[in-house]
Every structure is written in C-alpha cells, then in structure tokens.
Design a binder for this molecule. Structure first.
Ligand SMILES: *Cc1c(COP(=O)(O)O)cnc(C)c1O
Length: 230
C-alpha cells in the first residue's frame, strides 16, 4: 500500500519533469514520515528509498536511532535553537533556516561536532502571518551574512506554499521563488552553493516541479492522512 503510493507519486514526479523538459534525476522525492511509525518507513526500504522528512527534532532523533544508518533525514520543520543539538549529527540537511539566531545556534553545534551542515533558507512567499520564513526581500542580505559562517553551507531555498483548494494558485509563488533562487545563484557568493530548491507538497508538488523544484516533500500522498489526536 505505502510502497504503491510511493511509486505512484514518483511516477507523477517523473511525468511532471518530462512536461517541463527536465531530467527526473534532478528531483529528489522526500517521503515526509512525521507522526508515522517506523514500521511504515520500513515498508519503503526495499524500494531503496533513502530520503525522509521530519519536522520534530526528537522524532527525527528517535527514528534515526532505530533505522539503518544510511538513510537521509531532512529536517523540514521550524527548528528551535535549543533543539539543534538533537539533529546536528543526524540530519543531512536543515530546510528551515529562518533567522540569524538559529544560524548562530547551528554554527555553534556544527562546530562542536566538527561538521558542515547544509541548510536551506526558508522563504515565506505569500507573506502569511502564520508561517515562519524570511520575506523574499530579506533573503539576499541574509545569505550574505550566513555565508560567513564556516560550519554552515547555504545550499538553496525552501518554501511552504499556502494551503489552497486549487494548487494552480501556488504556481506564482513557486515561480517567484525560482527566480529568487536563480538570482542568488548568479551572484556566486563564496561558501554558497545554490543547488537545492525545496518546494511542493502533496497538493502541489507537480506544479512545483514544473516551476523548477529540485526537492519535493510529500507526506499524505505517500503515508496517508496524519492523525494528530493520538
Ligand atoms: C508536513 C509537511 C510536508 C508534507 O505535507 P503533505 O501535505 O502531507 O504532503 C511538507 N513540508 C513540510 C515543511 C511539512 O511540515
């Protein structure tokens, strides 16, 4: 069931790439396993799925502890500074860098562990009050600042688009983020490698791919609805 869902989503990812004249190898499908048990993740391992997304540091840490060590754990949710320590040596990437204070905390922990943490800057494209992330205007200056942190590697941008009935409404946000991404890439800032554009979830990942996403984060479409009541 879950592996069927995964293969179905992967097929749609590949088809969206074709429509956009893109190589499907350019797009990483991240299976967002938050709130779901380890047994569901294990169902995907025979398919060689390695990329999983979590939004709670403790949950990422626990799942990391019991699953094979060659999986790639993407920290996709808002990260509090005091929780960086749970994920610093376990996450392959933090998608949700949204403040200078968080960047400082990640720098300190990464230095302690003598590693370089790839990070994406979260951008609030629709200026939603309820969402974290920088405004698009703040992004270039922020990246110039964080580029000076030796244990962080700015690797691209991420956005969580608004919840909308018709996913076409989000196309403009994906287009705008892609343009910002290309803009920053063209500046060739030292210690910045703009390789990843993380955008698109269950409802809108095909549109995000058509607009240039290199990472899509799909939870419900693979694992089913989440139950937050338990
Ligand atoms: C939960 C979550 C997702 C996955 O959402 P679905 O709509 O279930 O695909 C993607 N990105 C982030 C940051 C999330 O928190």
């Amino acid at each position: 069931m879950i592996s069927e869902n995964y293969l179905n989503v992967r097929k749609k990812v590949d088809e969206a790439c074709k429509r956009a004249g893109r190589d499907p190898k350019e797009v990483t499908l991240i299976a967002v396993s938050k709130t779901k048990p380890v047994s569901m993740i294990e169902e995907l391992l025979p398919l060689q799925v390695v990329d999983f997304g979590e939004n709670k540091p403790q949950e990422l840490k626990e799942k990391y502890g019991v699953l094979p060590k060659d999986l790639h754990w993407h920290m996709i949710g808002h990260l509090q500074r005091n929780k960086v320590k749970y994920v610093i040596d376990k996450a392959c990437m933090i998608h949700s860098l949204d403040s200078l204070r968080l960047a400082e905390a990640v720098q300190a922990e990464a230095e302690k562990h003598q590693l370089v943490m790839p990070v994406l800057v979260e951008v609030n494209m629709a200026a939603e009050e309820s969402k974290f992330g920088l405004s698009p205007e703040e992004v270039p200056g922020f990246i110039e600042q964080v580029a000076a942190f030796p244990n962080l590697k700015i690797s691209g941008l991420m956005t969580i688009a608004p919840f909308v009935e018709n996913p076409e409404e989000n196309r403009i946000h994906f287009k705008n983020l892609y343009n910002l991404f290309v803009d920053i890439k063209a500046r060739n800032i030292d210690n910045v490698d703009m390789c990843c554009l993380s955008m698109g979830m269950t409802n809108d990942y095909e549109i995000a791919i058509e607009e240039g996403a290199t990472m899509v984060r799909v939870g419900t479409g693979i694992f089913g609805e989440r139950d937050y009541s338990i």
